[in-house]
Design a binder for this molecule. Structure first.
Ligand code: AMP
Length: 218
């Protein structure tokens, strides 16, 4: 049975780390709109430039840009048995767009998506974001405070450079939270009413969250 796993949580809630682990173990593609958009920005395309003007302010990129990127990605052959959607949808409008996309691509099969919500206390979040570094080669995520890196500038997995994202400053992080609470948080209710939602306690340590997550995947 095809697995459609959707992840919602504030920036810094740890869903990137968990979804990458799940993708490695279950072999479902990890589709992360933030990374897809950053790739588009790097190409210098018109869409990328437009996206960047929203990303650097911590605002949502217009739905036309994001939904078309997602639809193209979900139609790829590697998504036929399932996928992990990280960072989309982020608004009610995007959730309804996703309903249409899934109706289109799954018209011959019966699938019930599962939505995981990373429930985390607010105090931890800004600190996590400001200390976050990611590998520019493999995307592994580190926290400078909690990881014991021998060489803080290199990835332990592949040796790539660890970089700080442009939008991980305190000012943009605050704006991203505001965007999350006003536009994304209403999705928790929407999906709960549909009976699709599983809440995960994201204050726990990485291994415990992962164990709980795997137990919840049906
Ligand atoms: P992330 O890497 O998930 O924190 O996303 C970084 C930035 O990309 C966000 O602050 C938004 O500007 C943009 N972005 C990512 N996903 C979406 C989405 N589903 N809709 C609109 N903008 C998005």
């Amino acid at each position: 049975m095809k697995k459609e796993l959707i992840f919602i949580g504030p920036p810094g809630s740890g869903k990137g780390t968990q979804t990458k682990m799940l993708s490695n173990e279950y072999k479902f593609p990890h589709i992360d709109t933030g990374s897809l958009l950053r790739e588009e920005v790097k190409t210098g395309s018109k869409e990328g430039q437009l996206a960047n003007s929203f990303m650097e302010k911590g605002q949502l990129v217009p739905i036309e840009v994001v939904s078309s990127i997602i639809k193209k990605r979900l139609m790829q052959p590697d998504c036929q048995t399932g996928f992990i959607l990280d960072g989309y949808p982020r608004s009610t409008e995007q959730a309804l767009a996703l309903d249409n996309i899934l109706n289109d691509i799954d018209k011959d099969i019966n699938v019930k998506p599962q939505v995981f919500y990373f429930d985390i206390s607010q105090e931890k979040l800004i600190d996590r974001l400001v200390n976050r570094r990611s590998c520019e080669k493999c995307g592994a995520i580190y926290n400078l405070k909690t990881m014991n890196l021998k060489d803080s500038l290199k990835c332990e997995k592949c040796g790539g450079n660890l970089i700080k994202r442009d939008d991980d400053t305190e000012e943009v992080a605050l704006k991203r939270f505001e965007t999350y609470f006003t536009q994304t948080a209403p999705l928790i209710d929407l999906y709960e009413k549909r009976g699709w939602l599983t809440k995960l306690d994201a204050d726990l340590n990485i291994d415990t969250i992962y164990k709980n997550l795997k137990e919840a995947v049906k």
